[in-house]
Design a protein. Structure first.
Lengths: 161, 148
């Protein structure tokens, strides 16, 4: 069993070291503090800015940004950040929907989805960045989950009726 | 544990195959995997980063060695330890009631839940069977011991 343990240690250490060597560039970027706010952000974001819970809260409380919910219609209908509009990532006529929403281009957009590993907000942000003249697009990574966990107000269906 | 050597070969190939597939998907996207680990909200950022860069390679190596039957018991031990970790993470996530993607298979990952838990427990049983058997037949270890 001692031999097996030694071999197992080798099976862990050698590939782990290889992983660090192959990703040496990422290690350097991490040491320079690049991934303090998240990993996917830096990997895929392009020009999209990622914000945390406090920034999202401040922007919402100050009415300084337009919030966009990238989740499916049903989830949006069940509860959302007050004032948010829904652009589901799966919407086939996203262009048309965006036109009808008449968003204020002078204000930053804050896009969110479920939170956790949800990437819908990032994908919507990338699409908006590529297709529309929005200068300031931010993704609230913690999303709906963090908003609710943080005890901030939510808008339920009956609030708009 | 399992005495049938054909069954053990199948177990090795199944666990090895799953680990190779899972490792490959994550090796190609280390930051995405690190983000998935971070989403569990249990580990510091540096640990998630380290896991993102190293774990997929360990998974891949353990999977390849299991399929080849080379250092198969050690590879099964590594796989079993990782599976115990995954099972623990899944159970904790379920208890916390979080709606998370497991991050096990890159962008093809399913949600954390009973299906995933049972799947990992089955893989653990298979890995343990390989680990507990000293019979090297039907593996490269067997050829090595013959030629030694």
């Amino acid at each position: 069993m001692k031999t097996v343990l030694k071999q197992a240690l080798g099976i862990i250490l050698v590939p782990a070291l290889l992983g660090l060597i192959v990703n040496e560039g990422l290690v350097t970027r991490f040491v320079m503090g690049e991934f303090a706010r998240g990993f996917v952000a830096a990997a895929e974001s392009g020009a999209v800015v990622f914000i945390g819970f406090e920034q999202a809260r401040d922007l919402w409380q100050g009415r300084e940004a337009q919030f966009i919910d990238a989740r499916a219609v049903g989830l949006f209908a069940a509860g959302r950040i007050p004032g948010a509009v829904n652009i589901p990532i799966g919407e086939p006529d996203r262009e048309g929907l965006l036109g009808r929403l008449r968003l204020d281009r002078s204000k930053p957009l804050v896009i969110y989805c479920s939170g956790g590993t949800c990437l819908d907000s990032l994908h919507l942000a990338q699409w908006l960045k590529a297709n529309r003249a929005f200068d300031d697009i931010r993704v609230f990574q913690g999303g709906w989950q963090e908003w609710v966990d943080g005890g901030l107000p939510v808008e339920a269906p009956h609030d708009q009726e | 544990m399992i005495k049938n050597r054909i069954a053990r070969l199948v177990f090795r190939l199944v666990v090895g195959g799953v680990f190779i597939w899972s490792g490959m998907l994550k090796v190609l996207h280390p930051l995405e995997f690190a983000q998935n680990v971070a989403a569990y909200d249990l580990f510091p950022q540096w640990a998630c980063f380290l896991a993102g860069l190293t774990l997929p390679w360990v998974e891949l190596a353990a999977g390849l060695l299991l399929v080849l039957g080379l250092f198969r018991r050690a590879a099964a031990l590594v796989a079993a330890v990782m599976l115990v970790g995954f099972i623990f993470l899944i159970a904790v996530t379920m208890v916390r009631g979080l709606d998370l993607s497991c991050g096990c298979f890159g962008s093809l990952s399913g949600k954390v839940g009973w299906t995933l838990l049972i799947q990992d427990i089955l893989l653990l049983v298979m890995a343990a069977s390989v680990l507990l058997s000293s019979d090297p037949r039907l593996s490269l270890d067997g050829l090595r011991s013959k030629s030694a």
